[in-house]
Design a protein around this ligand. Structure first.
Ligand SMILES: NC(=[NH2+])NCCC[C@H](N)C(=O)O
Ligand SMILES: [Mn+2]
Ligand SMILES: [Mn+2]
Length: 302
């Protein structure tokens, strides 16, 4: 990463990818927690480009083909993809705030405009690699990785442009501890690199991040995206998430992971997702997100 970046923020107040209200307020909460001044204090130039449009109204969880709110998620992801594509073309560093994780379909689609061999770090308790055939919930926030790999409903797979946006060998999942049976199969079939909590506990975060960075470097990636679901951390630290899973990554391990990514100099875009202020405790989760953003973008203790 260059020293002073031109960072463009995009908010995605999307909650149609899952079933709990409130995650649409995530972008506001992260802004309120001071993301912009935090980045400016490190020396970056930050432009807040505002939010992607998401329709208001009752969430009735309409199902089509086993997917909930397919229209709303498709529309929001399409606008997000267009905006991310434009920002990368303009040499901006896209930093996207969510919103539920279905938005990653849009982020990755937009990034595919510039990057043909993008590396992706998926920091999450979940693998988010369900399709409508394997999903236990019909919630699209459990599907973005599959969709971006070209698997799942056509309307999602063909957002922004047709087909697959990223390669399975360029994906690293970190923090997984809740994986559905169909996801497990797909992970094995595609040979996706996963560092579950087992590897984090056994080898330590330093080793895991070194392995992840070495692995991605060996793939000759032309960019690196971080998709950070706040439920990757243990709910002790980030209670404001819709699908908390105990036994997660610690606050300290997460800061270390962000610092190691900063030191790698590889990162070209990032998103922080699943912050739900209604479920939160005095904006703790957004505060943690902003702290991690500080470490990711070069804040130092001394
Ligand atoms: N982005 C998330 N928090 N995803 C949670 C997904 C949970 C579950 N695997 C599902 O597909 O419904
Ligand atoms: Mn998750
Ligand atoms: Mn997720």
């Amino acid at each position: 990463m260059e020293k002073n970046l031109n960072i463009s923020l995009v908010g995605v107040p999307l909650d149609y990818g899952q079933s709990r209200r409130g995650v649409d307020m995530g972008p506001s909460a992260i802004r309120y927690a001071g993301a912009v001044p935090r980045l400016e204090a490190i020396g970056h130039h930050v432009t807040d480009t505002g939010d992607v449009a998401v329709p208001a109204g009752e969430r009735i969880g309409q199902e089509s083909d086993g997917l909930k709110n397919l229209d709303e998620v498709t529309d929001a992801c399409t606008e997000l993809a267009e905006r991310v594509a434009e920002l990368t073309k303009a040499g901006q560093f896209p930093l996207v705030f969510g919103g539920d994780h279905s938005m990653a379909i849009g982020t990755l689609a937009g990034l595919s405009e510039k990057y043909n061999n993008l590396g992706v770090i998926w920091y999450d308790a979940h693998a988010d690699i369900n399709t409508e055939k394997t999903s236990p919930s019909g919630n699209i926030h459990g599907m973005p990785l599959a969709v971006s790999l070209g698997m799942g409903h056509d309307r999602l797979v063909n957002i922004y442009k047709e087909g697959q946006k990223i390669k399975p060998e360029n994906v690293v999942i970190i923090g997984a501890r809740s994986v559905d049976p169909g996801e497990r199969e797909l992970i094995k079939e595609l040979g996706i690199k996963v560092f579950t909590m087992h590897e984090i506990d056994r080898d330590g975060m330093t080793s895991v991040m070194n392995q992840a960075i070495d692995y991605l470097t060996s793939k000759n990636i032309d960019g690196l995206h971080l998709s950070l679901d706040l439920d990757g951390l243990d709910p002790l630290y980030t209670p404001g998430v819709g699908t908390p899973v105990p036994g997660g990554i610690s606050y300290r391990e997460s800061h270390l992971a962000m610092e190691m990514l900063q030191d790698s100099g590889l990162l070209t875009s990032a998103e922080f997702v699943e912050v739900n202020p209604i479920l939160d405790d005095k904006n703790t989760t957004a505060d943690v997100a902003v702290g991690l953003i500080g470490s990711l973008f070069g804040e130092k203790l001394l």
